[in-house]
Design a protein around this ligand. Sequence first.
Ligand SMILES: [Zn+2]
Length: 292
Amino acid sequence: MSNPPSILLGLSLPDVDVWSERVVVALGQNPGVFTGPGTNTYLVGTGRERILLDTGQGLPAYLPVLERALERAGGARIREIVLTHGHPDHVGGVSGVCERYGRLRVSKRPWPGGDDALPCEISPIDDGAVIEAEGATLRAVFAPGHAEDHLCFVLEEEGALFSGDNVLGVGTTVIPERGGDLAEYLRSLERLLAERPRAIYPAHGPRIPDGVAKLREYIAHRMEREQQVLAALGDGISRVAELVKRIYAAYPEALHAPAAASVAAQLRKLEREGRVARSGDADPHRAQWRLA
Ligand SMILES: [Zn+2]
């Protein structure tokens, strides 16, 4: 159902790329198991002043890439920064960008207790907020589950969706222990599907040409994983590491850490629904799990 994660580990993308007449990508220079080829940051608009959507992790190699992306955008300047959510590989570049280009407005949905690392005041936005640049209108869609502050953005002129970390061009989204919630995530996917996006521009990996098909695939994939977890528990497998070994048998060992996070997220959802129970330890990775 999803791309094999070996693609996620091996895939490389151009540092700077043009995805549409109003979307130029600058790659965040932070490849890894959780970030694939790195974080995509986007210059959005058609005029002299463009929105910068996300800022990467803050690695020094990013700023020259951003500079080249601005050149590709016709010598454009950054009008303001908009952030999908507060994870470090999206907000880490804010201070470097503001040092290089001056104080810019930085908009995101507030994350109580999570925004402290940001170097500047944020301008709070929420579901339905509209941010405009010449040639581009972004409309925020609140989509929690991967992160509690996560906004996606519809690019109205293209019927396209900037999905942040909710839909990726490679692999599947991690539902982290802090701030993650699989049930909420699935509701967010349904909400994004209702937008009927044509293309999806994800925060990691290549452009997704058919947004509706990808969202349906993501929802079906989670349902399939849930069935696999329930079946394994039914067979008496009780620990996360053992569940991972069985369900992700075909995957390289390097991906077992993110896989364990996914299985733990499934178990927390099923527990809240009263379908599984844990004993022995509060830590989901050390607990013993069984069908309720
Ligand atoms: Zn994230």
